[in-house]
Design a protein around this ligand. Structure first.
Ligand SMILES: Cc1cc2nc3c(=O)[nH]c(=O)nc-3n(C[C@H](O)[C@H](O)[C@H](O)COP(=O)(O)O)c2cc1C
Length: 532
């Protein structure tokens, strides 16, 4: 049986019935969004004191920023600008933190671990990153001595999402991992560091290296599972076996905190996690990528400003329109450019392609559009979608941008309904669905199911930041009625399925919300400590 596909089918929302979920929120069991390891040595990280001198346009140009030395302070900047806090919001006596990486329901299943040789200011070892305190917790001291870079692993705590979203939560955890990977890639590029996904590592190897295979360190029994590992730096990464050998006999410290006093089990989640576990030694196929023209300019604002300013819009004005050049630039940023963040992190051919519901873009007919992200995908998508779609080239669209009009149509009502009746999908300037290749997700390579979601999350992260760069905002939409979209598109679901929605528009801000900088609390306590 193909458990990944069976899980996918059963976690679909339908117009007449949502995927199995808790049916209400049990606030007593709300999971702690912050993992802590009691007893681990804590290394306080420096906070950014200004912006990094790299504009968004420079970050998106082929020329990389000059490489910075891998010091603990630069690693701190990397972590702050990818997984760190970016704001505190408050309303009616409640206060909550937001981060540079978005997360479904702001529940943040993704944790980050640094695995590094000795860096100026940091002994070699395995560290857990704590975004709330912007510090590292040392899990293991180890004699890692490889040159030229360090490893960073991501893990996922499914329960954090399942608490609110039930069975469908596994999908959101994968999206979140994709957003975090793209966030890391952008932050590394700002420091001039190449970053690449190590596709040959198996999940068990990642788990062993970050201590997730040590049940005694997780007395609560709350599962935290390995997701992905990246190499950051110009050198060659050590092999998984080399890292594990260096860890043999290493002293570990820290007991993981309890996230919730009570749990409701969603047995499909550990089952799909097990079915999609990645074995070791699978080499990713690297695809030939086309040479594309440079991206048109979008913004000279420092990239670190946009990254920390990025927010999910909660409502759009439903009126303003987007200029065609800005629209084309945003779509262009979704095309895989080999040397450019975040697409440089993985060399495999893109498997996720946007289908757009355009509402208000100057000079473009409202309607349904499709943008196959590779020339090879065009034929596959044409064959999988309704045979009578137009597939008309769009007048004025840059030659290299493979944007096709499928049907001129007012889709506002449709896409809002299809996106779980969310008005933001109709009120934005455009909303898109992400069609992921499904025909190769076989039981023998079921981990591809997770990787498709990561790719969708990466597309989402690009759109979030591109929207900020042109003065708009975006919102990821994980809640949609899968088959409603499939039926409307006449999609052969054996070949492709819609795995994520995203909407972009002019945000209406909620003036009732209080707002504070992400690390205002630390700046206060750290400066008070300095005064003592
Ligand atoms: C995978 C994913 C799915 C999301 N789905 C929705 C959604 O269906 N509706 C919505 O209003 N926001 C959605 N969001 C936005 C989150 O609620 C938002 O990221 C979170 O509240 C944190 O806020 P921030 O993005 O401003 O940091 C989604 C975000 C992600 C990453």
């Amino acid at each position: 049986m193909n458990f990944a596909l069976s899980y996918h089918e059963r976690s679909k929302h339908h117009l007449e019935r949502y995927a199995p979920g808790p049916g209400g929120l049990d606030w007593n069991s709300q999971p702690d969004p912050f993992r802590r390891y009691a007893g681990a040595q804590v290394i306080e990280l420096a906070l950014l004191t200004g912006e990094l001198p790299v504009s968004w346009d420079e970050l998106c140009a082929a020329a990389a920023a000059p490489p910075q030395a891998s010091t603990v302070d630069q690693v701190a900047s990397l972590l702050q600008l990818s997984l760190g806090l970016s704001a505190w919001k408050s309303f009616g006596g409640n206060r909550w933190a937001l981060r540079c990486n978005p997360s479904s329901g702001n529940l943040h299943p993704t944790e980050g671990y640094l695995i590094c040789p000795a860096l100026p200011g940091l002994p070699a070892g395995v560290y857990h990153y704590r975004p709330d305190q912007h510090c590292l917790e040392q899990r293991a001291a180890a004699p890692f001595a490889w040159p030229g870079g360090f490893l960073l692993a991501l893990s996922g705590i499914h329960w954090r999402e399942a608490w609110k979203y039930g069975m469908r939560a596994f999908r959101y955890c994968q999206h979140d991992c994709g957003h975090a990977l793209a966030g890391l890639s952008y932050a590394a590029a700002m420091l001039g560091w190449p970053l690449r996904l190590l596709t040959d590592w198996g999940d068990d190897e990642i788990a062993a290296v970050i201590g997730l295979n040590r049940p005694d360190d997780f007395p609560s029994g709350e599962a935290e599972v390995p997701e992905a590992i990246v190499w950051i730096g110009a050198g060659e990464p050590p092999a998984a076996a080399q890292v594990q050998a260096a860890l043999a006999g290493a002293p570990w410290s820290g007991l993981a905190n309890l996230l919730s006093p009570e749990h409701r089990g969603w047995p499909d989640i550990p089952a799909v996690a097990a079915a999609t576990r990645k074995p070791a030694g699978i080499r990713g196929q690297s695809a030939h990528s086309e040479t594309l023209p440079a991206l048109a300019p979008a913004s000279m604002t420092p990239a670190s400003v946009l990254i920390r300013r990025r927010r999910s819009a909660q409502a759009f004005d439903g009126v303003g329109s987007l200029s065609a050049p800005c629209f084309y630039r945003m779509l262009d940023a979704l095309l895989p450019r080999a040397g450019l963040a975040p697409w440089s992190l993985c060399s495999a051919a893109p498997c996720v392609h946007p289908v757009l519901f355009v509402h208000r873009v100057d000079g473009l007919a409202p309607g349904i559009y499709c943008m196959p992200r590779t020339p090879a995908a065009l034929a596959g998508l044409r064959a999988a979608l309704r045979p009578d779609w137009l597939w008309a080239r769009v007048p004025g669209c840059p030659q290299h941008l493979p944007l096709y009009l499928l049907a001129p149509l007012d889709t506002r009502e449709f896409v809002a309904t299809a996106s779980c009746h969310q008005a933001i999908a109709a009120d934005g300037v455009f909303t898109l669905g992400m069609l992921a290749r499904f025909d190769d997700i076989s039981p023998a390579q079921a981990w591809l199911y997770r990787e498709r979601y990561w790719e969708a999350g990466m597309l989402g992260q690009v759109l979030y930041l591109e929207a900020e760069a042109c003065g708009l905002q975006g919102t990821g939409i994980g809640c949609y009625f899968d088959d409603v979209v499939h039926r409307a598109l006449g999609l052969d679901t054996g070949r492709f399925q819609d795995i994520y929605h995203f909407t972009v528009g002019l945000a209406m801000l909620d003036a009732r919300l209080g707002s504070e900088a992400g690390y205002a609390h630390l700046e206060r306590t750290r400066s008070a400590e300095r005064c003592i």
